[in-house]
Structure formats: structure tokens, C-alpha cells
Design a protein around this ligand. Sequence first.
Ligand SMILES: NC(=O)c1ccc[n+]([C@@H]2O[C@H](COP(=O)([O-])OP(=O)(O)OC[C@H]3O[C@@H](n4cnc5c(N)ncnc54)[C@H](O)[C@@H]3O)[C@@H](O)[C@H]2O)c1
Length: 347
Amino acid sequence: MVKLAVIGTGGMAHHQVESFSKIENCKVVAACDVDEKRVSDFAKKFGIDATYTDVDRLLAEVECDAVTIVVPDAYHHPLTLKAIEAGKHVLCEKPLALNAKDALEMSEAAKAAGVINMVNFSYRNSSAIQMASKLARSGELGTIRHVHAYYLQSWLAQDEWNFWETSPQWLWRLSTKAGSMGVLGDIGVHILDFAGMPVGDYRSVNCKLKTFDKGDGNKMGGYELDANDSAIITAEFANGALGTIHTTRWAQPHLNSLKLNVYGDKASIEIDLDESYSTLKISRILGRKAMPWETLDCGTTPTNFERFIAAVESGVQDQADFARGADIQRVLDACFESDQKDKTVSL
Ligand SMILES: NC(=O)c1ccc[n+]([C@@H]2O[C@H](COP(=O)([O-])OP(=O)(O)OC[C@H]3O[C@@H](n4cnc5c(N)ncnc54)[C@H](O)[C@@H]3O)[C@@H](O)[C@H]2O)c1
């Protein structure tokens, strides 16, 4: 039985613990949040015995094998380093850190301590993207020349997920002072990982970021609402392919839409998560003739939570590790630099 402690008990922690509770050989033994009421409500809801408002105390007192870090982005780096120092295996939410230097430090610390380390790139739970990577690796797509990907949300424009003006979980995402890297760090990080899975490493990026006016002087509770809301990236990959990747919080009526097209010289694929997580469309190319799109059933794949618990049990690292989190963080840093200097940045 893997004993797990959850650090942070907000929106995503609810989803995480619901998922961990379904895994037979995993027990959530403790929860921690700086907000006492929140952690106590959370513990009651999920039947967790031990609650803490201080991570140091939890790490000193709780007998657990692993922790999952589900706090706002700015706290991933310090809390993960503490957990590693205490010898715990760590699942950390995305983005791994606020910059590549911190992300690399986390990756190196985990490696040195020999603990399982994973970052929760949730859309790897789609068997379609796992299949796409497999097809690319096996050469079935041929030489990849062109890539198009997006991740679209609209929580600034509608209230399906509550009003952003009054919801703490949205407010910290709008201010750089609260540690937000804007839409780029929040969901751009997912689509950069997703597109890179079948295509490979990024060689360079050119990125344009924009923060839109939100009224009331763009301030709320002492915080300036200055984190970017939309990002357009043109990328060159190490294999020479070119891609466009874009993301925003303003794209009505999309609630949470991810789409990826990869065009190779032997086959092209399309994944649309609004349609399915477990199928992809493929058009195989015979000679110069593209065959009609077929739907490929990609079966199932373990969730990141299942992978993490299995990795802790077996001692064998699974995807996506902190090194991958740090690689994607380098791409985020390059995107910020590109936007600031208005030029293409090499990785
Ligand atoms: N993988 C995904 O698809 C996905 C989806 C949503 C959120 N996330 C990530 O999950 C993390 C949490 O997001 P959320 O939406 O749950 O935010 P949230 O604001 O709903 O919850 C964060 C919680 O952390 C607590 N907290 C803050 N500082 C803390 C500290 N130092 N120690 C302990 N607790 C602390 C807050 O009180 C709050 O309860 C973020 O990093 C976010 O990017 C990932």
C-alpha cells in the first residue's frame, strides 16, 4: 500500500484525491493546506485522518511514501525540494516551476535523492496522444514537416467554472505577483508538452503574448491583473518541422479544447480531445496520394495517478518526469524572452 500525503486542498486536489481513491493500492493518509477550514472540509469529505496547515510539520510527523503537490505554481519549487529532502517520492502539478533554473534544480534534486518524480501533464492520460507518439517513434508518420496545435479556454468570458472576479482559484492565475505565468504557464504548458510528444524537442520559438483589459484599473485585492491571457507561438522543432501553437482564456464557446494536427510524409494525424481522448484520425499517404481519414481506436492508457503509484511501488520511473517538466519550462522561458525582445529565441 502506497501512503500518500496531499499538499494543497483546492480545486485540483479534489480531482486528484477522487482519482487516487480509486486506485486499490493507494491510501491518502494526510492533507495539508494553509487554509485551516479548507483542509478540514477536504479531510472530512475524503475520510483523511491527519490534517496540517504547515508542510514542514506534515513531513516531519506523517509516515508516508509519497506526496502530491497541488498548490499554486509559485510554491511548487520550495515545497517539492522540502519533500525530496524528506525522502518522499513526488508528483508535482504543472507547470513544474516558475522558471527553468528552478525546474532543473527540482529535477536534479530528485535524481540525486533517487525518488520517483513526475509532473502532472494531464493530457497524457489520453491514449490518443500516447498512440500518436508511438506512431511517430516507429516511423509510421514519416518525416514530420508541419504541426498545428491549440488549447482554448474561456473562463474570462463566461461563468461555467464560476466568476473569475470572486473565485480565489482564478485570481492567482491573473497576477504575476501571485506567481502566475499567465495562460502560457497555466495551459500553454500542457499544449507544448502535448504537441512535443509525437514531434520531439523544440529548437526555437517566436512568441507573442497579450494581456487584455479586465476593467477596474486591472487591479484586484492589491494585485495587478497583469498575467498574459493569450499566446501565439510559432515553433521550429529539432527534426526541422515547423508548428503553430496557440492558447487563450477568451475563446468562447470552448470550455477546455485541445487539438493537434501533425503532418508527416507517410501519414498525418488529428487529435481532437473535444471529440475523443481514445481515438485519433489518421490519413496514410501512399505514393503521393493521401487516403481518406480513418478513425483509429487507441485503447486505454494508465492515468498519471496510476502511473505514479505504480512507479512508487516498482521503483521504476514513468512519464512525465521532472526532466521533461524542466525541458518544457525552458520552452516557456524562451517564449517569455521572445515576447519581450520581439525576436525568435533558440533553445
Ligand atoms: N494538471 C492539470 O490539468 C491542472 C488543472 C488545474 C490545476 N492544476 C494545477 O494545480 C495547482 C493547484 O491549482 P488549483 O486550481 O487547485 O488551485 P486552488 O487555488 O483551487 O487551490 C490551491 C490550494 O493550495 C493552498 N495553498 C497555497 N499555498 C500553500 C502552501 N504553501 N502550503 C499548502 N497549501 C497551500 C491554497 O490555500 C488552496 O487551497 C496549480 O499548480 C495548477 O496549475 C493543474
